[in-house]
Write a protein that binds this ligand. Sequence first.
Ligand SMILES: [Cu+2]
Length: 408
Amino acid sequence: MNYKLSLISAKIIIILLLSINIVNASDSYTPVITPNGSTLPYKMDGSVKVFHLIAEQFKREFMPGFSVDCWGYNGQTPGPTIEAVEGDRIRILVTNKLPEHTTIHWHGLFLPNGMDGVGGLTQHYIDPGETYLYEFDLVQHGTFMYHPHADEAVQMALGMEGFMVIHPKELPYKVDHDYAIFLHMWQIPPGTSKPNPNAMFDFNYFSFNSKIYPGTAPILAKENGRIRVRFANLSMESHPIHIHGVSFKVTATEGGDVPESAQTPTTTVNVPPGTVKTIEFVPEYAGDWPFHCHKAHHAMNAMEHNLPNMMGVNQTNADKKIQKSFPNYMSMGTNGMGDMQEHSEHMKGPKNTPPMMLGKGPFDNISMGGMFTVLKVRKELTPETASTWYDHPPGTVSRKVDIDTEKK
Ligand SMILES: [Cu+2]
């Protein structure tokens, strides 16, 4: 009798534990935030979630005063994030408003071969003006990408890429914020607005969700909350993303979940082309923490790579003279490039070309551009958090001192 009772109570306890730890994903996952982007709405057709992507051309402002001619989906690059739940059946209508044919490949998904979106191999190309239908069951969870498998070099270089996030059917736990950031790079000659799809090297703009700092949205995080960030990369190079003030773990890739025993703590995650790295962390320290690619040139704008090293060379007035013959010329700093940040108003390049470094901080200009944003960790998040600076406790900011007084 006692044995039976204890069995029953054990069963009840297990059921209670399961109901506490595992929640039905469809109504309780934390929606993904695509900073500077959006999530694609859908309609139900019976039990099928129906999405509509429109491949098209448009202008995107990478930062105020700098517009770029892009290709993407529904007026956006990256295209709007598709969000669904493991077990869903989804239908995606793809309308082509581009001047050439396209397809969409669902990167990392297990699906019927004919839905894989590879032009010529698994389907006919979607010609301009045509709409194609993709429909399949979602048999996995995780972070995946969508992109053309038709004239990839041109179409991806111009911005055609997007996220597909599939939440697990049963959530092991909830996160407080869930961000998705696409890493990309562009070659846009100074004074122009068209990315060069022939570029393989010497990219001069590096973006988070096709925005460059200071055009990138800050990442907001609550102290001791659980933050997830999904990084995707379809550019030509890898991007080691470094975050200050926190230690994180890679919990998943586009190939699936990383077992907990294999998750090592780090502060930088390298995201190679064709991959997704999902990281999670619990920020403990409030502040305004840099969040950036650690390739130094990737955290700058309009970086010119084909110039002689001018360190130590006096270039007074040389820029103006050289620009008479070469309008695109912008010099490198004589004593390093810190002076450019102090005099950025004097460093204006050609039209539609942002300065290399432009951000304004609470203490001075911030010598960063490109793949850079700020992780804002606060005890409480308010509508003002995104637009206000961290209020440092007294005595916790590095300060100028008198060396002789300090030595005594
Ligand atoms: Cu990078």
